[in-house]
Design a protein around this ligand. Structure first.
Ligand code: SF4
Length: 364
């Protein structure tokens, strides 16, 4: 194992943290939500979920970018894929996300649409530069973590005057989603485990309202077992002491002030806008739209994209899963009709999706 992280897997330290968590909770059960798909997977893979099952209830929140992409956004990019001379450039995990009628980009590709899997928005831009006869549309999904790279690519497209490249921005902002969940009376939570990657960009200040306005403790955590256990211990201490603060337990990566350079790039290219989230609905000021100066590279403008409501996927309970109201194995389709090989909903598609994680680590 990499020497830089092997200390974060130290079994003795992990055991001691587990003991400290049990001691702090002493008879009560902490109910917390992790809002990052990477945390969901790490908590399963490390065994933390099962080791602490009697004292900690884990809920997976809206932390998977593919899963929170709304049905009507999926319908919009499927529509773009069907337009003549349009090449849709996307990360691979959007390929199998089902849209209206169960249709996906993979199905659209089989029907003749041109869909190209890329590993970065810059790859999509270079493809556009090399293929001026195509209109290349990059599908921009993700949170504050991925949006700066898309913003930098748009700056590059503008500087190089590459006019056959555009972005369909479906980017979402995490703090407004947490505000919506914290204010929902049907969701009872003791605490939030905050996403390490997103926090590396935005820092800790945007989460302060969780403690100040809602009295909910929240801790930024890394992704190794010791990171996660240390964060849970901090949450358990606050819960036991009846206090609520926002703590940063991932200081080797996350500065409290975030990454000002990345935030400046975001602000230069994007404006904050209302955005639809799967299962939650439209959350005010929770998305990123291209600023008017970038209209020639805004797929919504270039292709006059109109998002329209589409019927939900029959039987899929992803919306409740994303709000922590239902465990994935509580969905009647889980593991029988809906599997990673034949996903019905997006939470079973993405490797970071809650349903896919439940299936991989719990179903035998
Ligand atoms: S198991 Fe499948 S159908 Fe059920 S909520 Fe998860 S993704 Fe949707």
């Amino acid at each position: 194992m990499d020497q830089r992280i092997d200390g974060f897997h130290d079994p003795a330290l992990c055991r001691s943290l587990v003991g400290a968590i049990r001691e702090r909770l002493a008879g009560r059960r902490l109910r917390f939500m992790e809002v990052c798909g990477t945390h969901t997977v790490a908590i399963f893979r490390s065994g933390i979920r099962s080791v602490l099952a009697d004292v900690v209830e884990h809920l997976s929140g809206p932390g998977c970018p593919v899963c929170v992409t709304h049905d009507r956004e999926v319908a919009a990019f499927l529509d773009l894929a069907s337009r003549p001379k349009v090449t849709v450039a996307t990360f691979g995990d959007l390929m199998r996300v089902p849209g209206p009628g169960g249709r996906s980009l993979k199905a659209a590709q089989a029907e003749g649409a041109t869909v190209k899997i890329v590993y970065s928005p810059a790859d999509a831009l270079e493809w556009a530069a090399a293929h001026p006869e195509e209109q290349v549309v990059f599908l921009g999904v993700g949170f504050e973590t991925t949006a700066p790279a898309v913003a930098a690519t748009l700056q590059m497209a503008k500087a190089r005057e590459i006019m056959n490249f555009s972005v369909l921005s479906m980017h979402k902002l995490v703090p407004p989603a947490l505000a919506a969940l914290a204010a929902d009376p049907d969701i009872s939570l003791d605490a939030f485990l905050l996403p390490g990657h997103v926090s590396a960009i935005i820092g800790t200040e945007p989460y302060q309202f969780l403690a100040a306005e809602h009295g909910i403790p929240a801790v930024v955590a890394g992704f190794e077992p010791v990171d996660i256990l240390d964060a849970i211990k901090t949450l358990a201490e606050m819960t036991a002491g009846g206090t609520a603060r926002v703590e940063n337990c991932y200081r080797r990566v996350v500065a409290d002030a975030g990454n000002p350079r990345a935030m400046a790039i975001l602000d230069e290219v994007f404006a904050v806008t209302d955005a639809p989230w799967r299962g939650i609905g439209v959350i005010p000021r929770s998305g990123l739209a291209l600023r008017p100066e970038y209209a020639p590279w805004d797929a919504r403008v270039v292709f006059a994209v109109e998002e329209q409501d589409v019927p939900p996927i029959p039987g899929c309970r992803c919306g409740e899963v994303l709000k922590g109201k239902l465990a994935p194995d509580g969905c009647p389709l889980f593991g029988r009709v809906c599997t990673p090989a034949a996903p019905v909903g997006p939470c079973m598609v993405s490797t970071e999706g809650s349903c896919a994680a439940y299936f991989k680590y719990r179903v035998r």
